[in-house]
Design a protein around this ligand. Structure first.
Ligand code: WTA
Length: 660
C-alpha cells in the first residue's frame, strides 16, 4: 500500500490506496432516474446547452431566458434575461399541479410528542402571511432580512417569504452567539431580524431572543425584531422594536403576489463557516442557484414522487439551504425536518424517525456517522430501516471504515452511498456519484457532476500525475456558483481566482485522482502536514487510524518540529470498551507506520473524550495544532463546546512533558 517516493511537482503525497468497489445493483439501476452515462456525454459536448436544457425542464419562468452563460472571468451570469420567482417554483406550481395536500415537511420536534405535518398548501399560506407581514414592516425588494431560528417549519416559510418579495435572506445558524450573529447582521445590513423565543437543543432551551436582542442592540440597521413563539416561555421585550410573528401574520392575507425577479437577482447571502478570519458573505442568485439545487437534488439522491427525504443538516448551513429547502421544495418532495439533537433522548433518535416516517433517502455528515459508530450498531439494530434505499454524506472526507459501517448497519448492504463534495460557495453538489450509474469507492466522492470540469494542479498550474495530490480546481463556471462576496468583490477575486488564471476556481482543498479518474479529497490545503519535506494528507492519516478496531474518530495535525519541519500529532477517540493506555497509543503509532509508511508515523497519539469542532461539525485543526505545540489557545468562540479543548490541552501537556 505504501509508496513514499515523492514526485518533483507534488503538492501533497497520496499514500493510501483504497481498492474496494461497489457497483450499483441491477435493481437500483433499473429504478433510477439517471441510469446511463448519456448526461455526462451531453454535458461534455456542450455544457452551456446542457444547463440551458435543464433550465427549461426544472424551472417555471415568467419570462423564459434567451441568454445562457456570460463569462468574463472570474465573473459570470446565467440566464440573465430570465424572470422567475423562487417561492412560486417551490410552492405554487406544485399546488397548481394538484399536489397541495402533499406533505412538504414531516416536522419532528425535539420533545418527542411535538410533531406536525405541513402540506404544500399550508406552507404556501404561511409563506404568504409572513411575506405580507414583512411588507407591513417596510421590507422592500432588495432589503436584507436576518433569520436566526431553530429547525422549525417557520424557518423555511420565512426564507420563502423573503424569496416571494425579493428580499435576500441571511440565515444565521441558531447555535451562534450574539456576537457572531451581530457580525453577520451588520455585514449584511439587515433591516429586520426574525427569531424565536427559545430553541430546543439537547433538552435545553437556547435563548435565541436574548441573543437576538444583544445583537440587534449593536447593529443599527436592524429596525424590527420578529419573534416566533416556540417554547412559550417569557422573554425580554422591547415594544418599539419587537413584534410576535403570530400577531404580525394573523391578520395578513394568505395570498401574496410574487415579485418578478431577474435570474441574477440575489436570493440570499450566507456566511461561510470559516474557522478563522472574518466570515465571508457568499452571494447566491435566484435562477442559477435554484437550478443547481433542484437538478443535483433530483439526480444525486434519485428523488421520485414517493421518496421520503431526510437531510439531517441544519438549515443554518448551505446544506440545509440547498437540500432541505430549495432543492427538495423545487422538486415537490416530502421531507423530514427534525428540530433537535441526534442523541436525544438517546443515540437511536434518527433511526426511530426513519422507521416512523418510512424515510427512503437519508443524508448526513461523516462526523455524525463517526458518533454513531462510537455509540455502536445496537442502536440502529433496534429499528426497522428497511424503507431506506439511498444514503448520502457531505461536509468532510468520509473514512472508508466509517463508510463501510454506514453501508452495513444503516443501509443493510443494499443502499448506495453518495459521498457528495461541494461548498457554500458552489451552491450545490459538484463532485459525486450518480447512484444508478457510478461505481462507488468508500472514501471517494468519485467524479464531477455532468457539466463540471474539475482538475488537480500543482503549484505551477500543471495537472499533477494520477495518484499525487494537489490543488483541487474547477475550470468552468456552473449556474449555482456564488457570484461574489457581499460588498467585497476584491476578496472574491483574491481568495478564489488569483492563484492561476482568473477562470480557474481554486477550491482550497487538497485532492488526488486515482487511475480511474476518481477524486479523493485529502482535506483543506492549509491543514497539509509537512514532515521532512513530505507533504502528507490529514485525511489519509485519520482514515488509517479509524481502520484500527479500537478507534472511533481521529484528527491529525502538524506540530512544529526543529528537525523535521513538522511532526504528526494525532488525537484519537476510542470506541467504548477500549482503554486509553500508553500501550495502545504505541500500537497506533506503529499501525499508521505499517499502513502508510514510516514517514507518517505519528510523533504522539493523544486520547480524548471529544474533539474540538466548529458548530457545523468540522474538526478545528488550528486549535489542535495550538494544543500539540503547547501554545495558548487561540480564538475558541466558534467552537461547539469550549470545554473539550481545555481537557485535551491538559492531557497533551502531560504526554508531551510540559508542566503547564
Ligand atoms: C469539505 C459544505 C470531503 C471540503 C457543503 C469543502 C468535503 C468544505 C466533502 C466546504 C466531501 C465538503 N468530502 N470534503 N464529500 N464535502 N467537504 O462550505 O473541505 O460548509 O471545501 O460546505 O467541506 O464546507 P461548507
Amino acid at each position: 500500500m505504501a509508496d513514499t517516493a515523492g514526485h518533483a511537482h507534488d503538492v501533497i503525497e497520496g499514500l493510501l490506496d483504497e481498492q474496494r468497489v461497489f457497483p450499483p445493483s441491477d435493481e437500483f439501476r433499473a429504478g433510477a432516474i439517471i441510469r446511463d452515462d448519456s448526461v455526462y456525454r451531453e454535458a461534455e459536448s456542450d455544457f452551456e446547452g446542457f444547463w440551458a436544457r435543464l433550465a427549461e425542464e426544472f424551472i417555471d419562468w415568467y419570462e423564459q431566458p434567451t441568454e445562457c452563460l456570460k463569462w468574463t472571468a472570474p465573473h459570470c451570469t446565467w440566464f440573465e434575461d430570465g424572470v422567475l420567482n423562487v417561492s412560486v417554483n417551490c410552492l405554487d406550481r406544485h399546488i397548481d399541479a394538484g399536489h397541495g395536500e402533499r406533505v412538504a415537511f414531516h416536522w419532528e420536534g425535539e420533545p418527542a410528542d411535538d410533531t406536525r405535518d405541513v402540506t404544500y398548501d399550508e406552507l404556501l399560506a404561511e409563506t404568504c402571511r409572513i411575506a405580507n407581514g414583512l411588507k407591513s414592516l417596510g421590507v422592500r425588494r432588495g432589503d436584507r432580512v436576518g433569520l436566526y431560528m431553530g429547525m422549525v417549519p417557520e424557518l423555511p416559510a420565512a426564507m420563502l417569504a423573503c424569496a416571494r418579495i425579493g428580499a435576500p435572506h441571511v440565515v444565521i445558524f441558531g447555535g451562534f452567539s450574539a456576537e457572531s450573529l451581530a457580525d453577520r447582521l451588520d455585514s449584511a445590513g439587515a433591516k429586520v431580524l426574525i427569531t424565536q423565543d427559545e430553541g430546543w437543543r439537547k433538552r435545553l432551551k437556547i435563548p435565541l431572543k436574548e441573543n437576538a436582542d444583544a445583537a440587534a442592540d449593536r447593529v443599527p440597521s436592524v429596525e424590527r425584531v420578529v419573534v416566533l413563539r416556540r417554547t412559550g416561555d417569557p422573554v425580554p421585550w422591547n415594544d418599539d422594536r419587537d413584534v410576535w410573528l403570530d400577531e404580525l401574520a394573523a391578520d395578513q392575507p394568505d395570498t401574496c403576489e410574487p415579485e418578478r425577479m431577474g435570474a441574477e437577482d440575489t436570493l440570499f447571502l450566507l456566511h461561510t463557516s470559516g474557522t478563522t478570519a472574518k466570515p465571508k458573505g457568499v452571494q447566491h442568485t435566484t435562477g442559477g442557484y435554484l437550478l443547481q439545487a433542484a437538478v443535483t437534488h433530483k439526480w444525486v439522491f434519485d428523488i421520485h414522487d414517493d421518496t421520503v427525504w431526510w437531510c439531517a443538516a441544519d438549515i443554518g448551513w448551505v446544506t440545509g439551504h440547498s437540500y432541505i429547502v430549495y432543492g427538495p421544495l423545487a422538486n415537490g418532495t416530502t421531507s423530514v425536518l427534525y428540530e433537535g439533537d441526534p442523541a436525544c433522548p438517546d443515540w437511536d433518535r434518527h433511526w426511530e424517525v426513519i422507521e416512523k416516517y418510512r424515510v427512503t433517502a437519508y443524508y448526513t455528515a461523516p462526523t455524525l456517522i463517526r458518533s454513531f459508530v462510537k455509540a455502536g450498531p445496537e442502536y440502529p439494530a433496534k429499528h426497522d430501516l428497511s424503507s431506506l434505499r439511498l444514503l448520502g454524506t457531505v461536509g468532510e472526507p468520509i473514512n472508508p471504515e466509517a463508510w463501510l459501517w454506514y453501508w452495513r448497519y444503516i443501509g443493510g448492504e443494499r443502499c448506495p452511498i453518495v459521498d457528495t463534495w461541494w461548498q457554500t460557495e458552489t451552491g450545490g453538489i459538484l463532485i459525486t456519484p450518480l447512484p444508478g450509474v457510478t461505481e462507488l469507492k468508500p472514501g471517494s466522492a468519485t467524479v464531477p457532476f455532468p457539466g463540471i470540469q474539475a482538475d488537480i494542479l500543482d503549484e505551477a498550474g500543471e495537472p499533477v500525475v494520477r495518484g499525487s495530490g494537489g490543488f483541487l480546481v474547477v475550470k468552468n463556471p456552473w449556474p449555482g456558483m456564488f457570484r461574489t462576496l457581499w460588498q467585497d468583490d476584491e476578496r472574491y477575486v483574491e481568495a478564489y481566482f488569483s492563484k492561476y488564471e482568473p477562470s480557474i476556481y481554486v477550491v482550497g482543498d487538497a485532492a488526488k485522482q486515482d487511475d480511474d479518474g476518481y477524486f479523493w479529497i485529502m482535506g483543506r490545503i492549509d491543514d497539509v502536514i509537512n514532515v521532512a519535506g513530505h507533504r502528507l494528507s490529514t485525511t489519509e492519516i485519520e482514515s488509517t487510524l479509524v481502520e484500527h478496531p479500537a478507534v472511533a474518530e481521529a484528527a491529525a495535525t502538524g506540530a512544529a518540529d526543529p528537525v523535521r519541519g513538522q511532526s504528526i500529532v494525532c488525537f484519537v477517540l476510542l470506541k467504548s470498551g477500549h482503554d486509553q493506555t500508553p500501550e495502545l497509543a504505541e500500537d497506533l503509532r506503529h499501525f499508521v507506520a505499517d499502513k502508510i509508511g514510516k514517514i507518517a508515523r505519528p510523533a504522539a497519539v493523544l486520547f480524548g473524550d471529544d474533539l474540538p469542532k466548529t458548530r457545523s461539525g468540522k474538526i478545528m485543526r488550528r486549535l489542535l495544532k495550538d494544543i500539540a505545540e503547547g501554545h495558548e489557545l487561540g480564538d475558541t468562540t466558534t467552537l461547539r463546546d469550549a470545554e473539550v479543548v481545555v481537557d485535551l490541552k491538559q492531557k497533551a501537556d502531560l504526554v508531551m512533558g510540559r508542566s503547564n
